[in-house]
Design a protein around this ligand. Structure first.
Ligand code: C2E
Ligand code: MG
Ligand code: MG
Length: 435
């Protein structure tokens, strides 16, 4: 089956022909809806044989005059050179979807599967082969967002979103080499001593024209495009170097937490990267903590536990971030080599007024005490949040009440500042004196 390179050649050829005869060319971008699940649960060997059967089935459905190519992973592309009327394209897609209503046999198993299909047309959507593929790809995402097992035509509205995304993506690709990424550090306060005992490193993108961009706006894109692996490695190295630097300046040794993305966590080289960075920077492993989320772990529990154990065997700590927003099996939680749970800020912020949020926060604190884990409350903004956490004996707090995420050069000042008088500090002292 033609691969991506050959597909590009054929597409250029088809477009050249169409240009000559004022004809049209359509692209169908196909993506399997459940390949990851099959691949993860049955192993990669079987996954490969499954993909082979899928391509044979596709080949038997499409016409001989059409080109079918494997684009990568579980993505296929069909080039249609005949009629590109909407009705005809719809029925082509329909034929493919119906062709997969019968299950796919692999070895002694059978699998049900389906496709999400995106359609773009030359010259209506674009005249450029690369861009035509991107248009079909974004239409495919639209089909996927509508629940899969269906097809979507590319539209101009998708186009403006694609353009925006493309612009962001183009700039983001240069962010690392142009030295535009930054880490800010947010203090974590021990709610028994009132002292700063840790910091969370939070990434920012300092764009020369667009200004400081928050991670919510670029981390998802970095994750989707795979850039996150390089970004994450940069964050780890920068945080460790910074930690060493602060110690050299005579700051007390505090823990630094770094967020790890799903893609990074599943990347085979994570453990090796961490140990190389520790060796290279000389940062004490016990002072490094990695934050992962529930969903990353619950996707493939056994493999995740193995990765977690390899990480903790380096002496590095693990924390579960945004706890309570995903779904965790309590049975597994007990097997995770995790030191800390971070309760999601939505619960903390509701805790003072909403009895349900208060109940969840209390339950998570109690649960973690039983499991011998520490709890960090995220998003502590107001005194009433702190008061609630103090009555529940929560271990640590992080939030605007204590300090926002700060650029590294402001941390020394913050440390000095924490020595002074604060309402939150006297409240912590007051409560702990009566305990
Ligand atoms: P997170 O790990 O849950 O980080 C906590 C977020 O809460 C941060 O948002 C922080 O600025 C914000 N926050 C802290 N205190 C308060 C408060 O009192 N009130 C409110 N409303 N918010 C507070 P930020 O910096 O925008 O980061 C958002 C998310 O982006 C992070 O959530 C994390 O999931 C992700 N992220 C940040 N840096 C990295 C990174 O280096 N790598 C990866 N993979 N993800 C990152
Ligand atoms: Mg975090
Ligand atoms: Mg969080």
């Amino acid at each position: 089956m033609p691969n991506r390179r050959l597909l590009q050649d054929r597409l250029i050829h088809a477009i050249a022909g169409a240009e000559r005869y004022s004809a049209k060319v359509a692209i169908l971008f196909l993506d399997l809806d459940n390949f990851k699940k099959i691949n993860d649960s049955m192993g990669h060997g079987l996954g490969d044989r499954f993909l082979k059967s899928v391509s044979e089935r596709l080949n038997s459905i499409i016409r001989d005059s059409d080109t079918l190519a494997r684009f990568g992973g579980d993505e296929f592309v069909v080039i249609l050179e005949g009629s590109c009327k909407i009705d005809d394209l719809s029925s082509s897609c329909q034929r493919i979807l119906e062709g997969f209503e019968e299950p796919i046999p692999v070895d002694e198993h059978v699998f049900f599967t389906s496709f999400s299909i995106g359609i773009s047309v030359y010259p209506d959507d674009s005249k450029d082969p690369e861009e035509l593929l991107r248009c079909a790809d974004s239409a495919m995402y639209q089909a996927k967002a509508q629940g899969g097992s269906g097809y979507c035509f590319f539209t101009a509205d998708l186009n403006s979103r694609t353009r925006e995304r493309l612009l962001l993506e183009t700039h983001l690709r240069k962010a690392l080499e142009r030295d535009q990424l930054r880490l800010h550090y947010q203090p974590q306060i021990d709610l028994f001593s009132g002292k700063m005992v840790g910091m969370e490193a939070l990434m920012r993108w300092a764009h020369p024209e667009w200004g400081m961009i928050s991670p919510g706006e670029f981390i998802p894109l970095a994750e989707e495009t795979g850039m996150i692996v390089a970004f994450g490695e940069w964050a780890l190295r920068t945080a460790c170097k910074q930690g060493v630097d602060w110690q050299k300046k005579g700051h007390p040794a505090v823990r630094v937490s770094v967020n790890i993305s799903a893609r990074q966590f599943r990347h085979g080289k994570l453990v090796q990267t961490i140990s190389e960075i520790l060796r290279e920077t000389g940062f004490e492993p016990g002072l490094l903590e990695l934050e992962i989320t529930e969903s990353m772990v619950m996707d493939n529990v056994e493999e995740a536990i193995l990765t977690m154990e390899k990480i903790t065997s380096l002496g590095v700590n693990l924390a579960i971030d945004d706890f309570g927003t995903g779904y965790s099996s309590l049975q597994y939680l007990q097997r995770f080599p995790v030191r800390r749970l971070k309760i999601d800020r939505s619960f903390i912020q509701g805790s003072a007024d909403d009895p349900h949020h208060a109940a969840i926060t209390s339950a998570v604190i109690a649960l973690s005490k039983t499991l011998d884990m520490k709890v960090v409350a995220e998003g502590v903004e107001m005194m009433k949040h702190l008061d609630f956490l103090l009555t529940r004996e929560c271990d640590l707090g992080q939030g605007y009440l204590f300090a926002p995420p700060l650029p590294p050069e402001e941390i020394s000042q913050a440390l000095r500042d924490f020595e002074g008088n604060h309402e939150w500090k006297s409240r912590i002292e007051q409560v702990n004196n009566t305990r």
